[in-house]
Ligand binder design. Structure first.
Ligand code: PA5
Length: 449
């Protein structure tokens, strides 16, 4: 498998009998998942998604992506949460870090920008400013079709497109990814005749990166969705085993559970690859939204090293001992950078000349991992030989599978998110949405106290 779990360094924190005693609970959770008898079973479409492979849909995605890549300078993805984090994670994980600054002749795909993830005026205004003179295509993504952040962003972008290209041409530049039949976005897409893709009913937002939600933006970003899905397919087969000792995704879930029971309530997903910073954001949503309910759940946090060793490093090493760490480690980079010779050795770094940056990064990782372990932060390592579409597809599925199992171990429904509604209801009331009048008065009174 492109992803492998290294448990060598957690031995001091978990005894063999603890793993063994968790085995029946893992088997039970596995059966709940695979027989569709657990909480939230109506959202298990992601489980065999890579195996099922909808060829007609994939062909449609690829055809649309080819057209957009030919005609667009900029592709705007409008969505929030599960509708944007997956594609953002994969695109920034695999594309050139400075894609926007490359000479147009060196780009083989449009710049992909994200909107609708907040209500920030400056970001929105600056994006519109940056679009001036560019050929722009838009993918508006919302499963419910009614989420406020992307809906408002879409209003703004639609108005800009119509003003820039005229109504008819604007329609051809908008692709909507939404529910098969319901929601305001679906109604609008049908009315205007936008090209559409469907978010399957049985796949929740945070599990939807391998559906058209993630696949269209990823394909437009110039990444092979066939390779991504092949990696997910390999993982889907590999993490199908019920037995804890034969399933690394379950070992990861079981380890988190054991840590949580021991009072380690925060998991830090750390990476030495800045390209994976957005992947950590995707992971945070997956685990945070799946497990954080009923007053329970490991709090998912993330850090990019060695950058954050110079900010969070002190806390991790010596602060409150409620942390465990999962290190996402990539063996090889695509590029080799050699440390140059320097006459006079003024900086005292000549002992490194001729070494590669990768080798230094590896020593930083090894040193940190041992230091954190000594500081009572258990370090579990997830190793990937290289960062490519196949490995990332496998990693996505690894975490999805582990997360579902982890939720069942914890006794929660890993596929709902009732808590997300609370802020929305308050916001609607404060904005004066019809039907929320009573709540508005009550909230305003509290705010004016
Ligand atoms: O995982 C989830 O369900 C959420 O994060 C949603 O993806 C997010 O709220 C966006 O919802 P929608 O796609 O309906 O606009």
């Amino acid at each position: 498998s492109p992803v492998s779990l290294n448990l060598n360094y957690v031995a001091p924190f978990v005894a063999d009998h603890e793993w063994e005693q968790l085995r029946p609970a893992v088997s039970r959770a596995h059966r709940l998942l695979h027989t569709g008898t657990g909480a939230g079973a109506e959202f298990l479409g992601w489980l065999d998604l890579p195996e099922k492979g909808n060829h007609e849909e994939l062909a449609h995605i690829e055809k649309t992506a080819v057209r957009i890549r030919e005609y667009a300078d900029v592709f705007i993805v409008i969505g929030i949460g599960g509708s944007s984090l997956g594609s953002k994670a994969v695109i920034s994980g695999l594309n050139h870090s400075f894609h926007s600054f490359l000479h147009p002749k060196k780009k083989n795909s449009p710049d992909v920008f994200f909107l609708g993830e907040h209500f920030a005026s400056d970001y929105t205004a600056e994006l519109l400013e940056a679009l001036d003179g560019k050929s722009v295509y838009v993918n508006v993504i919302s499963k419910s079709g009614t989420t406020t952040e992307p809906a408002i962003a879409f209003r703004i972008i639609k108005t800009w497109l119509e003003k820039t290209y005229g109504k008819e041409e604007a329609k051809k530049r908008i692709i909507a990814t939404t529910d098969r039949e319901k929601g305001a976005l679906k109604t609008m897409a049908d009315g205007e005749g936008y090209e559409t893709f469907v978010v399957p009913d049985d796949v929740g937002g945070r599990y939807s990166v391998l559906t058209p939600v993630g696949l269209l933006p990823i394909a437009v970003g110039g990444i092979s969705i066939q390779d991504l899905l092949a990696g997910a397919r390999a993982a889907c087969r590999e993490y199908n085993e019920e037995h804890l000792m034969h399933n690394q995704a379950y070992q990861y879930a079981a380890f988190r559970y054991l840590m949580y029971q021991k009072g380690k309530q925060i998991e830090l997903l750390s990476t030495y690859e800045p390209k994976l910073t957005n992947f950590c954001e995707w992971w945070k949503q997956l685990f945070g939204e799946s497990e954080g309910k009923d007053g329970k759940g490991v709090f998912p946090a993330s850090a990019t090293f060695t950058t954050d060793l110079h900010s969070m490093g002190q806390y991790i090493q010596e602060g409150r001992r409620h942390l465990f760490e999962t290190v996402l480690y990539i063996g090889k980079s695509r590029n080799k950078i050699e440390i140059p010779q320097s006459k006079g050795d003024e900086d005292g770094l000549d002992f490194l000349s001729g070494d590669h940056l990768d080798a230094i990064n590896e020593k930083a990782y090894q040193g940190t991992m041992l230091a954190h372990t000594d500081g009572s932060v258990p370090n579990l390592i997830l190793e990937m030989e290289q960062l490519d579409a196949f490995s990332l597809g496998a990693l996505i599925y690894f975490f999805e599978k582990a997360c579902a199992l982890s939720g069942y171990l914890l006794g929660v429904n890993p596929f709902d998110q009732p808590g997300v509604e609370s802020y929305k209801q308050n916001m609607y009331a404060l904005l004066g949405k019809p039907g929320h009048e009573n709540r508005r008065a009550e909230l305003e009174e509290r705010l004016n106290e």
